[in-house]
Write a protein that binds this ligand. Structure first.
Ligand SMILES: [Zn+2]
Length: 317
């Protein structure tokens, strides 16, 4: 057993003990309980979100099918358990352009005042870059995954349940190995959307919100053109009231193929909160420059608060 694996098992044993001591692990219980505003969305602590990102990135590279991806999925699930959730790791195999690989999505559901669900997603795998061995992907995909974990903790610890049931999904296999296609890239999101379609559960969902590359200290969210117009208007209004309207706009340089696409194809209203201007001319994206020093707690808090405000103000259809 490696040092990393024993750290994980130690952590999992700790999580299991907490659950046993708690007797009935219920949302809202536990030592991390915190009171949120009574009639508004809870707020995200950016410093804590950055700690989650650092913890995740500290696990090392996590390309789909690697031992690192497996450890990461288990680490994500252990954290969700500590928050009082009941995470599920779904594992499946797929033939990819470079052979068969095992993928794992981690899902945790936070019950809300309505039964209808909002999917909150982030991929957690890292790109395999031949020229960059050990690529850790601090922003892509560390930032969105760490922030989503902190959102899980924040919402689970809040005084009141969220207005919508939140289905938080940590996707594996977003990154392609060669070029995006049916057997390359978006594996986790296609799998999850496919399960909803096959089960005939499309109407159980109100919307899908994707987070990707959200930690850049120079935050500029660039919504892809296929974003649902009503969700975009609501996001702009929420950003306005949070004082972060100057941090969000449209992506003008083409389409962005990302984990929101399989859900858009399912007919769900989708919004992809992505900052595709990472460094000058997006120069830090998929390079050895994608490191923790490029991120900031303020950016994570800005996006986290935008997500929560969006969910709390999302009207029924
Ligand atoms: Zn990427």
């Amino acid at each position: 057993m490696t040092a990393r694996a024993s750290r994980f098992w130690g952590r999992r044993r700790y999580a299991v003990i907490i659950v046993l001591l708690a007797g009935l692990a219920m949302w809202g219980c536990g030592p991390m309980r915190r009171t949120g505003p009574s009639d508004g969305a809870p707020r995200v602590d950016g410093a804590r979100a950055l700690e989650r990102v650092e913890g995740l990135v500290g696990l090392g590279p996590r390309p789909a099918g690697s031992p690192g991806a497996k450890w990461t999925a288990e680490w994500i699930a252990a954290f969700c358990m500590e928050c009082g959730g009941r995470p599920q790791i779904s594992t499946w195999g797929e033939d990819t352009v470079t052979g068969r690989r095992t993928f794992r999505n981690v899902t945790v559901v936070i019950p809300g005042r309505r039964r209808q669900r909002v999917i909150l997603g982030s991929h957690y795998d890292t790109k395999e870059l031949p020229g960059v061995p050990g690529f850790i992907g601090a922003n892509d995909s560390g930032s969105s995954t760490g922030l989503l974990l902190e959102i899980v903790r924040t919402v689970a610890a809040a005084e009141r349940p969220p207005p919508w049931t939140l289905e938080c999904v940590f996707f594996d296999g977003e990154e392609c190995q060669h070029r995006y296609g049916p057997r390359d890239g978006l594996h986790g999101s296609r799998q999850h959307a496919g399960q909803i379609r096959v089960a005939g559960r499309r109407r159980d969902y109100r919307a899908m919100i994707l987070l990707d590359m959200v930690g850049d200290r120079d935050l500029s969210l660039t919504l892809p053109a296929d974003t649902d117009p009503a969700l975009a208007r609501l996001a702009f209004a929420c950003a306005d009231s949070l004082g972060t309207r100057d941090r969000i706009g449209w992506f003008r340089a083409g389409d962005i193929l990302d984990d929101h696409v399989p859900f858009a194809e399912l007919g769900l209203p989708v919004i992809n909160l992505i900052d595709f201007e990472y460094g000058p001319g997006n120069a830090w994206w998929h390079t050895s420059e994608d490191t923790l020093d490029k991120l900031s707690a303020d950016s994570l808090a800005a996006v986290g608060n935008l997500v929560l405000e969006l969910i709390w103000r999302l009207p029924a259809r």
